[in-house]
Design a binder for this molecule. Structure first.
Ligand SMILES: NC(=O)c1ccc[n+]([C@@H]2O[C@H](COP(=O)([O-])OP(=O)(O)OC[C@H]3O[C@@H](n4cnc5c(N)ncnc54)[C@H](O)[C@@H]3O)[C@@H](O)[C@H]2O)c1
Length: 321
């Protein structure tokens, strides 16, 4: 956003859970048009204070996002993804915004059989506590539009990959473990299918939705790149020149969705969105990025990344900035 719209004033609101890492934003931290606020979106008072400054557009990325964690600890998912969304909606309603964009996921549609794709009309049938909490947030966003006329859009994107992804997610997890010759866990038969999209293509779609999305509409985002988990893992092993013997089949994830596949016709035709990155080159560049930035993910694995925000923002952290 800062590259595409250098004149926009951007407030980055993040409570810095384990998944938040201010090191990723070093390159913009001194930009006069950028402010960081350590704020929990479930804290209505702090959110109200932020909105009082005057906010035109809200893009709600903040979430608990890891399915495995949601199976172990659903409560925090409901808190952030449902209650946090409602707190933001209330503030947006109170102070008025030109657009509220809810960044959601294709996982709210549940699972597909061997054929067919998710369209915006596919019924919401989430299967994990994560996707159920995202669906709950989506329904509140829809309701604030229907009930209060809040100008909203909802985006539902497929699986992202690219640089700076927290190493609990499949691709960085496999790369970092393979480089240390650790066993690579493969759920079930490894044939679950995800539809992969390069992260910057997701961002360009959100940019279009902010500026051109028809009020009240949902837009699916995906690049027609369905791959089995096994294919992803084998591609990484090949690129890293590591043996397939590292693959270790483990008991399947509970409620594991079999297949996701996005039909992006609506955003393509209405808003002219097109992904720039091809999966075959994007995945190779991504693997190379993790190879070149070993220090970045090692600092996450050791927990050191959490010291950065304290050093950078010192005593100002803990309260809203
Ligand atoms: N990663 C994907 O493949 C993908 C695909 C589709 C949609 N999405 C959606 O995109 C958004 C971002 O996903 P991600 O993969 O970057 O997630 P992530 O878990 O890596 O990052 C989430 C961020 O939200 C912050 N956060 C969590 N709870 C908060 C709270 N209560 N208040 C303020 N900040 C809080 C965290 O500190 C972190 O910086 C999520 O809404 C997710 O559902 C992600």
């Amino acid at each position: 956003m800062m590259q595409q719209h250098p004149n926009y004033q951007i407030i980055n609101v993040d409570s810095l859970t384990y998944a938040g890492n201010l090191e990723n934003l070093k390159s913009i931290e001194n930009n006069p048009n950028y402010t960081f606020s350590k704020t929990d979106i479930t804290d209505a008072q702090a959110v109200d204070t932020l909105f009082r400054q005057g906010v035109d557009v809200v893009v709600n990325f903040a979430a608990e996002s890891h399915v495995d964690r949601s199976i172990l600890e659903p409560e925090v998912f409901v808190k952030t993804n449902v209650l946090g969304t409602q707190v933001l909606l209330d503030a947006a309603k109170k102070y008025g915004v030109t657009k509220f964009v809810q960044v959601s996921t294709d996982e709210v549609y549940g699972t597909l059989g061997e054929t067919g794709l998710f369209t915006e009309e596919t019924p919401l049938t989430p299967n994990s506590p994560y996707s159920a909490s995202k669906a709950g947030g989506d329904l509140l966003v829809r309701a604030y539009h229907e009930t209060f006329g809040l100008p909203i859009n909802i985006t539902r994107c497929s699986n992202n990959y690219g640089p700076y992804q927290f190493p609990e997610k499949l691709i960085p997890l496999i790369i970092s473990r393979a480089l240390s010759d650790q066993a690579l866990p493969i759920y079930g038969d490894g044939l679950n299918i995800r539809d992969w999209l390069y992260v910057e293509d997701h961002c360009s779609a959100i940019d279009l939705v902010i500026h051109q999305g028809r009020i009240g509409e949902v837009y699916n985002i995906g690049g027609n790149n369905e791959r089995t988990n096994l294919h992803i893992v084998k591609t990484i092993l090949q690129e890293l020149n590591k043996p397939e013997a590292l693959m270790t089949y483990v008991k399947d994830r509970l409620g594991h969705d079999r297949r996701y596949g996005i039909d992006p016709t609506k955003i393509t035709q209405e808003l002219g969105w097109k992904p720039k990155h091809h999966f075959e080159t994007g995945i190779k560049e991504t693997i190379q990025w993790y190879l070149n930035n070993k220090e970045w993910w090692s600092r996450i694995q050791s927990g050191e990344y959490q010291d950065y925000s304290t050093k950078q923002y010192g005593d100002r952290l803990g309260d809203s900035l």
